[in-house]
Design a protein around this ligand. Structure first.
Ligand code: SF4
Length: 167
């Protein structure tokens, strides 16, 4: 029965929904063909849910690895840090029933271990965490998490599935 399947959150663009900054999606076949049969997927797009438009100017983590701002990639006068921080403060409370989360890699909001940070226009790391992913992982320390690029590694994928099912 569908209701027996664990609830797993997912970055909405991975489901094929056109919510990205460029008005496109990042449909992931492993999610659509396999994981959607095992889990009940709960779509979350932090940037759209925070109130940003589709399409929208791309933003990137900027100024600090520990406490970055979300600044426009092409227009540094754009600063959506406060709006995303406010969203990230409130949203996790709605997600306390989740047994796992599948994040979109490299995103300044959703990246798990793959997001670049820029300081003085130079990329200083490509292994940081998006602002929403960071907040969710801090709030639910035992949550099973993975990002889309790791879904292709069978061992990592199977470990994630086992972690979700045993919670
Ligand atoms: S990566 Fe996250 S914030 Fe960006 S479009 Fe996908 S769900 Fe939305």
């Amino acid at each position: 029965m569908a209701s027996d399947r664990p609830l797993v959150g997912i970055s909405q663009c991975l489901l094929g929904d056109a919510v990205r900054y460029d008005g496109k999606s990042k449909a992931n076949n492993i999610v659509l063909d396999k994981l959607s049969q095992i889990f009940r997927l709960v779509a979350v797009c932090p940037e759209v849910e925070a109130g940003l438009s589709v399409p929208r100017p791309p933003v990137q983590l900027t100024g600090s690895i520990e406490n970055p701002k979300l600044i426009g990639r092409d227009d540094p006068s754009i600063d959506v840090t406060a709006i995303l921080q406010q969203y990230c403060k409130n949203k996790p409370a709605e997600l306390d029933q989740l047994s796992g989360f599948i994040f979109k890699s490299r995103s300044p909001s959703c990246g798990l271990n793959s997001t670049p940070v820029f300081i003085n226009e130079k990329c200083v790391t490509e292994t940081s965490r998006g602002i929403f992913a960071k907040k969710l992982c801090e709030t639910f320390k035992d949550l099973a998490v993975i990002e889309d690029t790791d879904l292709e590694h069978t061992e990592t994928l199977n470990k994630f599935i086992r972690s979700v099912i045993k919670t």
